[in-house]
Design a protein around this ligand. Structure first.
Ligand code: FUC
Length: 820
């Protein structure tokens, strides 16, 4: 046995030494992604894992692209984040406000499900209260760069990869005796997608390139000898007479050596060059949500003029430096096994195979049944890669000055994408930003704050017209045109979106202590969101509490009761949190003391978190929860994560939240696994949090590691990244009596599977940067760098140490918190 074990160890080591890739921060494959998909949405998960979701994403925040890594034919499908259907528009339905009193009275009547009364109420809401039009607008694909390489049919040594550390997609293969390499990246500093094609012998780079677009009536034109232009206008089949957003892209090709010619159908032929660089710029007529008078042609010219004659090496160096300034702030190591040398799709397949051995299913209550050792336990580096991939995707899809990451980040090939690829605010949009602060990407939160700036304006219109209220309201979705009215169906009627978005403003302040941000940006939005609730809340005739009405607990129907209701727990938690932060912010800023007092009075009248007949945290104001309710949404547990409305100090309520969490069981959609990870981390159960991560990778992760909701949806990637961070470090809002003293909890929920590891660059509230190593499941070393000089309390298990800090200083501890 012993001898066998030694041989096994040796052979694993030798494999590890010969391992490819040299860095683990890569996704890689031995075959190209199929260029076209052979299914249409909706489709089964197995079908949806083919084609586009095998391609590899690159992005500059504004531009995104999927690189397929084709051989004879290559496709680079691209997006620009302001290309949407629709135009500036106020979605509020005329006269909707007149329906409010009746809807409220019916909601207070506690209608039963499927009764004539409920049906009548739902019909009225659909016809007279929901937005006009009832669906918001859709994020659009822009176009495709197509490349054709003749004579590459017989190839060997194929490999394609996405290098997360350099943010470069690479394809290499050998055709004949020549090794070809293509690199593609999306540059934030140069506002372009850049592709570089080389061969290891001179004069061997020959290809034809074209632009293409799924938009009907698009035009193609060659520009001089080496450029191609794609232009057009978005056509909205739902509003064919409306003018659409105008777009233009220019592809410029620069060969080194060889000959170049244009084709009649708008292509460029390169022959016998040594290398070639393709630069793609793209723009639209979108200026802001109220103005679409921009000139995309002029913008493209400006981007190209700025790039000028910059060499490929210069473009690449600027891109890599920019990317690494963000990406390299955080490192995560869980060790490496021989699995790490396998292609990424094979690694995922093995986790999926192993998960078939897991007894639990969605319908089962969480069980402690062991995870199969041949699953994620056998490939801890895959978990670390997945966490870094979430950060990579945020860097690629959300940069200051660009649109925020939407349901698909910024990668979409469909004219009619699932849920319009917009911003769903009853979990999905917020989840996108869970990794932002804690994994050291604070400035990538900015695009979300830009959305909030806009929503303050559009949401004020909606608040006035629909609810005759001051302030701003947001329901469960928004789009490029900053729609704020309830949409789609009756379950669009959830008026608490603004409170959740404001949580992000306050949290950004807690991490950065940026008082100017608080004064100029966060507080005004929080104050106006609070104003809305002061006007909107209404006294519940049964309990006397001030409650939301109409509303519902996202997106739960039945059993037995009507969907539309009042005072769901999530609303109470969100509003209590919003008002509490707003009061605190007004104190910090020394402003609005009267308003702040009014908010305190309002707060006292909100329903508390209620414990029901089974000892569960109630989801509704009535005690009607069902133990077998394992809904994907974790709404009443918002106060546990990401909020702090339920903490261990809440005793019975804390236990009740834990029971509800247990009832909810395993995830189902990708993002619902993603939400369960930090929730279980907050209650200190690292093994169950890990189990959710394992199942998310096994069941809801596509070959290119995109998350699968039903279709691809990016939120689950971000949720898992933020969730794992919560397993490693928690920094709590109100653990002590001192506003400035946050508690930094080290390794609060480390799973057994991650006995040894290290992390650096995690951020804690109050302005701290944390690095840790652990072994045997126990902390061995921690360093805490104080960025702002605030005090903190450091916790490991039951042990705490209070620390006064000096700005810029690093404090080191051993595993039992002895200063080192
Ligand atoms: C919420 C979720 C759905 C989906 C959609 C985009 O409504 O309940 O599962 O993720 O957003």
């Amino acid at each position: 046995m012993r001898a066998l074990a030694i041989i096994l160890t040796l052979s694993m080591t030798s494999i590890a030494l010969a391992a490819e890739p040299s860095s683990d921060l890569r996704l890689w494959y031995t075959q190209p992604a199929p260029l076209e998909k052979d299914w249409t949405y909706p489709a089964k998960p197995e079908q949806q894992s083919k084609g586009w979701v095998e391609a590899l994403p690159i992005g500059s925040g504004r531009l995104g692209a999927m690189v397929f890594g084709g051989i004879g034919e290559e496709r680079i499908q691209f997006n620009e984040d302001t290309l949407w259907t629709g135009k500036p528009h106020d979605y509020v339905r005329e006269g909707s406000g007149d329906q409010l009193a009746h809807i409220r009275q019916q909601a207070f009547a506690n209608l039963k499900e499927d009764t004539a009364e409920e049906k009548a109420l739902n019909t009225l809401i659909k016809e007279k209260f929901l937005s006009d039009p009832v669906r918001q607008k859709a994020y659009q694909p822009f176009g495709d760069v197509r490349l054709t390489f003749g004579g590459h049919e017989n190839f060997t040594d194929y490999r394609r990869e996405l290098d997360l550390d350099m943010a470069i997609a690479r394809t290499t293969y050998k055709a004949g005796r020549v090794t070809y390499t293509r690199e593609a990246f999306a540059s934030y500093p140069d506002n372009a997608i850049v592709v570089h094609i080389t061969a290891d012998q001179p004069g061997k780079v020959s290809f034809t390139t074209k632009l293409d677009s799924p938009h009907k009536d698009h035009q193609l034109k060659t520009l001089g000898k080496n450029g191609v232009r794609l232009s057009g206008e978005v056509d909205d089949p739902k509003a064919p007479d409306d003018p659409g957003t105008k777009f233009q892209a220019v592809l410029s090709v620069r060969p080194t050596g060889g000959q170049m010619a244009t084709t009649r159908d708008g292509g460029i032929i390169i022959q016998e060059a040594d290398a070639a660089t393709l630069v793609l710029v793209a723009a639209t007529s979108f200026v802001n949500w109220q103005d679409v008078s921009g000139d995309p042609a002029k913008r493209c010219e400006e981007y190209l003029a700025k790039i000028g004659e910059k060499s490929y090496d210069a473009l690449k160096a600027a891109h890599v430096a920019d990317h690494q300034s963000l990406f390299r702030r955080f490192a995560f190591d869980l060790g490496r096994t021989d699995r790490a040398q396998l292609p990424t799709d094979e690694r995922l397949r093995r986790v999926t195979e192993a998960s078939k051995l897991i007894a639990g299913s969605n319908k089962d209550k969480p069980k402690a049944d062991a995870l199969p050792p041949e699953g994620l336990d056998a490939d801890p580096a895959l978990a670390a890669l997945y966490v870094q991939y979430g950060r990579y995707m945020l860097i690629a899809s959300s940069r200051p000055g660009t649109q925020a990451a939407n349901l698909q980040g910024e990668w979409n090939e469909l004219l009619n994408p699932p849920w319009e690829s917009k911003y769903t605010t009853n979990i999905n949009f917020e989840m996108n930003y869970w990794p932002a602060e804690v994994t050291n990407l604070s400035e990538l939160h900015e695009p979300m704050f830009d959305v909030i700036d806009d929503l303050r304006v559009s949401g004020a219109r909606t608040a006035k017209k629909m609810y005759n209220a001051r302030g701003w309201v947001l329901h469960h979705n928004t789009d490029l045109w900053r729609g704020t009215a309830p949409i789609n169906n009756v379950d669009g009627l959830w008026p608490t979106g603004a409170a959740w978005l404001c949580h992000h403003l306050w949290d950004h302040y807690l991490y950065t202590r940026d008082k100017e941000f608080l004064a100029k940006r966060a507080y005004p939005a929080m104050k106006e969101a609070s104003q809305f609730f002061v006007d909107f809340l209404i006294k519940d005739p049964t309990t006397g509490y001030l409650v939301t009405n109409p509303s519902h607990s996202p997106e739960q129907t039945g059993p037995g009761r009507a969907l539309i209701t009042y005072a769901p727990t999530m609303d109470n938690q969100l509003i209590r949190s919003l008002l509490t932060y707003t009061i605190e912010a007004s104190e910090i800023l020394g402003t609005d003391s009267d308003f702040s007092r009014q908010l305190s009075e309002t707060c006292k009248q909100l329903p508390p978190n209620l414990v029901g007949q089974h000892g569960q945290l109630q989801e509704w104001i009535q005690d009607i929860d069902q133990p077998d309710n394992n809904h994907r949404h974790m709404s009443p547990l918002w106060g546990l994560y990401p909020g702090w409305d339920v903490t261990p100090a809440d005793g019975k309520v804390w236990d009740a939240a834990k029971l509800l969490l247990k009832w909810r069981g395993e995830g189902s959609t990708g993002w619902s696994f993603g939400w369960r990870i930090p929730l279980w981390a907050r209650v200190g159960d690292g093994d169950f949090a890990y189990r959710q991560l394992h199942l998310q990778l096994a069941k809801r992760t596509l070959p290119n590691m995109f998350d699968l909701c039903g279709p691809f949806q990016v939120d689950g990637n971000f949720g898992a990244t933020g969730g794992v961070a919560e397993m490693l470090l928690q920094s709590h809002l109100r653990p002590t009596d001192d506003r400035n003293r946050h508690e930094i909890h080290l390794l609060p929920a480390l799973p057994g599977a991650w006995a040894k590891g290290s992390v650096s660059g995690l951020c804690a509230r109050g302005g701290f940067d944390v690095a840790m190593t652990w072994d045997g499941g126990k902390l061995t070393k921690a360093t805490i760098t104080s960025k702002l000089g605030n005090p903190c309390r450091v916790r490991v298990g039951e042990k705490t140490v209070d620390l006064k800090t000096e700005k810029g200083k690093t404090y080191a501890f051993d595993g039992v918190l002895k200063a080192g």
